[in-house]
Each structure stands twice: as C-alpha cells, then as structure tokens.
Design a protein around this ligand. Structure first.
Ligand SMILES: Cc1cc2nc3c(=O)[nH]c(=O)nc-3n(C[C@H](O)[C@H](O)[C@H](O)COP(=O)(O)OP(=O)(O)OC[C@H]3O[C@@H](n4cnc5c(N)ncnc54)[C@H](O)[C@@H]3O)c2cc1C
Length: 494
C-alpha cells in the first residue's frame, strides 16, 4: 500500500460522496471534498528511474499558497473542480504571512476589489480585525488571522491543502503537464491533474514545464531588492507617534494609532523626517549606510505593541533568482535586521523595551522570474491605461521599482487592466500562471505585484480553470470574455 492518504478519481469521489451521505465516512464534510484515503496499490508514475506513488488525481492542482495561489484554489473549488493546493510552508498567505509582508497596499484603482478580495476583507472584520483605518486605502490585517481565514476558506470550499510539500518537477505529455512531482513530509509523490496553476511567485511550475521566462531588469540584470522582514514586540506605539508625528512634525502618515506607520527611504530621496535619525546611526558607526537607507514599520491590528518592519532592504548585489546568492542574503539580511532593531531599541522613543518577536519564514522577493505568455504587459500599458476584453482585474499601484527611477504616477481615478492572456502561454496548454510572476516586464511587474492585485489574478485563474473544465477547453484555449459575465470575477471597463 502507498504510505500516503490518497484521493481519488472523480468516479471514486462520487462513490465516497455517496458513502459520506450515508454517514459511512466520519465527519462527512462538504460534498466537494475529496476525502483522504489510501491510494490504489500500484498507482504510480515513473520519475527519474523511480516509482513514485500518485497522491492525488484531481481536476486542478495549484502549487504555491500565496495571495494568488490560495485565491486560485478557492475559486477553482467553488467552481466545482476537485482541487489540491500544494504549499511548502505551514501556512497559506505566502509573503503576506510567511514573509511578514503587511499590509495589503491600496491598488489606487477605483472599485478594484473583485469578490474574493472583498470577501477576505469581510472575513477579517468578522474575526475582529478592522481592515480600514478610515483614511488610507490600505488593508490592515493580522498575519495569523489571515492564515486562519485562508484555512477556513479552503476547508469550506473543499480544497485539499498539502502543507510542507515542495514542487520538485513536472511530467509532460505533448503540450500538457500530466503530473507534478512533489516532496512531502513522507517522501516523493505525484499529483495528477487536468489543469495546473502556478502560484509559486517564482514561476517554478511554469519554468519546470518549459514555459519561456525572464528575470531581473533588462537594463541592469538585477532583480528587485530582497528584504528580510520581521516584527518587533514590546513597543509603546503612542510614544513612537508622539516622537515622530508631534516632535519631528512628520505628517505624511495620515492615520493615527492603532493604525500607524513610520518610514524613511534615504536612497530614494523622499525627505522623510526620520532620515536624519537613521543617518546619525551611520555617523556613530551603529549602522551601515545600507542599513540606514530604508526603514519602515507598520502597527499590526490585533497585535498590540507589535510593528511589522518592512526592512532591512538587502543590497541588489544579492539576487532573488540565484540560490547561493539568496542564501547569503539570508545571513547578511539577518545581521542587518539585528543592527536596525538594536539601533531602534537604543534611540527611538517608544522602542526602549522592544525586541525582535518574529522573523519572516521566507525572504521577501519582490521580483524573481516572470513568464513570457500570450500577452506581455509593459510600462506603456500602465501609462496608456490599457483596457482588454479579457481583463481579469484593474490596478493602478505606482511603478515601485526600488532603486530605479520611478516614472510618473497615474492621475487619481486612472487605472490599467490585466488581461487573461498574460496568465497563459503558447507552450503548455493546461497551465495558468498567477500572481507576481505573470507575463510582464520588470517595470510593469513593479506595479502589478501588490497583494490585492495578485489575489484578483489568482481568483480569475481559478474561475477560468473550472469553467474551462466544465466546457471542455484547455486553459490556454479559454477566452475570458466568453465566460458568462455572472461567472467572471471581473468584467473589463473596456
Ligand atoms: C519586501 C516586500 C514588501 C512588499 N510590500 C507589500 C505591501 O506592503 N503590500 C502589498 O500589497 N504587497 C507588497 N509586496 C508584494 C507582495 O507581497 C507580493 O508580490 C505578493 O505576495 C505575491 O503574491 P504571490 O501569490 O504571487 O506569491 P508569494 O506571496 O511569493 O507566494 C508564493 C507561495 O508559493 C509557495 N511556493 C513557492 N515555491 C514553491 C514550491 N516549489 N512548492 C510549493 N510551494 C511553493 C511559497 O511558500 C509561497 O507561499 C511586497 C513584497 C516584498 C517582497
């Protein structure tokens, strides 16, 4: 017998659902859930001269449970597809949870919330986390609550989540991916599915399937800078507010505690009042120039006295797409983190009793690999406020290419759209790529990568996967505009 719990073909599922209805399965649950069971003896695939047990035989396999992948899995399951979600960590949310990246930025586009995004915000509220500060458009959440909400959403929709499981490779037949090879806590396994969705952020599944890709900025060859985010506890936020907003008269943060943010970005010459405060650390030898150049901290709703630190920003000589360089960035970044934390504890009013309460479980990669799909989004799409018949969402977050010249921002109320064709490609028929690694140039990606936009893209990927299955169409044959309007998560403003 295989040593894993292994669902199931649709036929077996129907059999099991019948048993559940008859009360034969403990904890029957929602009918779409493919219940864990032993796989049939001998149900294996050949991989690297090994016999690998088939863990799941599903409609949709989503790899990567970040903002995009989780949205994709929930909406595919809600669309009627038997769905498995593979995540290498022990929480869903990707950078938002494992990477301590907080809060959801405002898309700056009017009415951009697709139903899934609106629902996540509602669920935060239902869990006692009020996401709106009443002033800014960003969504203040709480990473632990968000992880809980994602578990709940997956459970309710019937998504089978496979935690601590890493995609290793794919098997292909002709133009289609037939299976993912994954490393679980028990060893190698295979997941067969009709449709695959890449939510890895790093286009890992797409690259493994030989979809063309690129990485970094074509002008410099560098990726966007990595960050090693963390949280600090034991902070007297009211004292921080008094020092920054009252004594230093820093007024760019319009909200007040418990929704409060401090920042300086010396290398971007944005003239924050805290620049001089951080520069003193360089003069005294407590901070390096690189450590002093970028510091930002947000309060976290529901975690009194804790701030989410959007720093250190690791120099771009460390690469998000080079495993050795990435590993060195972890060590280098951890030292930077300690120096910044110690400096704040020694000198920032309100941080006297603070401490590092949490380190991110993954480095913050703003950009690594991006696919080349049927449509390649470029900077002009931003400035021209492009509209597409197959648009899956709208956004207007500015081109936030750290270290690179920031181009003109769109006027208030303006936005561009993201076409479904930037999620699919000509090489692999049954693959959809969602999130920060869709088909977009380095500069355009610097705008579209924010979490709400990635969630809307993932949601659309799930809708398209389920609708395609229902209508006998491969994902790269689906025309988003042919999906009935009431089933689409977004309809172009055209
Ligand atoms: C430092 C930093 C600050 C940012 N600030 C903000 C901000 O304030 N607000 C905002 O809205 N956005 C912000 N962003 C952008 C945003 O967080 C990301 O672009 C967004 O999370 C991308 O979502 P995603 O789902 O595409 O990928 P990710 O969030 O990267 O999620 C990918 C998931 O896939 C999993 N995975 C990867 N490879 C495998 C594999 N082989 N097998 C199994 N699982 C795998 C990972 O564990 C992860 O859970 C920031 C990003 C960074 C790095």
């Amino acid at each position: 017998m295989n040593s894993f719990s292994i669902p199931v073909s649709r036929r077996d599922f129907v059999k099991m659902a019948g048993l559940a209805a008859a009360g034969a399965l403990v904890g029957g649950g929602t009918p779409r859930v493919a219940k864990a069971s032993e796989g049939a003896d001998g149900d294996i695939v050949e991989y690297a001269e090994r016999k690998v047990p088939v863990l799941y035989d599903m409609d949709v396999c989503v790899v990567g449970g970040g903002p995009a992948g989780t949205a994709a899995a929930v909406s595919a399951a809600r669309g009627g597809a038997l769905t498995v979600l593979v995540e290498r960590g022990v929480a869903l949310g990707g950078l938002a949870v494992l990477g301590c990246v907080y809060p959801f930025m405002d898309t700056l586009a009017p009415d951009s919330d697709t139903p899934y995004v609106a629902e996540v915000k509602e669920r935060l509220r239902a869990h006692g986390v009020e996401p709106y500060d009443g002033v800014t458009g960003q969504t203040w959440h709480n990473p632990e609550t968000l992880a809980l909400i994602y578990d709940e959403m997956c459970e309710e929709a019937g998504v089978n989540v496979l935690y601590q499981t890493v995609l290793v490779d794919v098997l292909r037949s002709g133009a289609a991916v037939t299976a993912c090879i994954v490393q679980t806590i028990a060893g190698l396994g295979a997941i067969r599915a009709k449709v695959f969705i890449d939510g890895t952020g790093d286009a890992f599944l797409s690259r493994a399937a030989d979809v063309p890709y690129e990485q970094g900025y074509e002008k410099t060859g560098s990726n966007q800078p990595l960050s090693f985010r963390f949280e600090m506890g034991g902070i007297d936020v009211k004292r921080v507010y008094k020092y920054v907003a009252v004594d230093l008269k820093e007024d760019w943060c319009k909200s007040k505690p418990p929704y409060y943010e401090i920042a300086e970005a010396m290398h971007r010459k944005q003239r924050y009042k805290l620049e001089a405060f951080m520069a003193k650390g360089v003069e005294s030898g407590e901070l390096t120039q690189e450590e002093a150049e970028y510091m930002q901290a947000y309060t976290i709703i529901g975690k009194n006295g804790v701030m989410s630190m959007n720093c250190p920003e690791i120099p771009v000589r460390f690469r998000a797409s080079d495993p050795l360089s990435y590993s060195k960035a972890v060590v280098f970044g951890r030292k930077m983190m300690r120096h910044i934390a110690d400096y704040l504890i020694r000198h920032m009013p309100g941080f006297e009793h603070a401490y590092i309460s949490r380190e991110a479980a993954m480095l913050g990669a703003r950009e690594s690999w991006r696919i080349r799909g049927k449509y390649y989004l470029v900077e002009d799409d931003y400035h021209n406020q492009s509209r597409f018949p197959d648009a899956v969402c709208r956004t207007a977050w500015f081109i936030d290419a750290h270290g690179e010249k920031v181009s003109e921002k769109l006027p208030k109320g303006a936005f561009y759209e993201i076409p479904y064709r930037s999620l699919v490609n000509d090489q692999v028929s049954n693959l959809i790529t969602a999130g920060r690694c869709i088909s977009a140039s380095f500069i355009l990606q610097a705008s579209m990568r924010i979490q709400p936009t990635c969630m809307s893209i993932g949601e659309a990927a799930g809708v398209a996967a389920a609708w395609g299955l229902e209508n006998g169409l491969e994902p790269n044959e689906v025309r988003w505009e042919d999906i009935p309007k009431e089933k689409r998560s977004y309809v172009s403003a055209g």
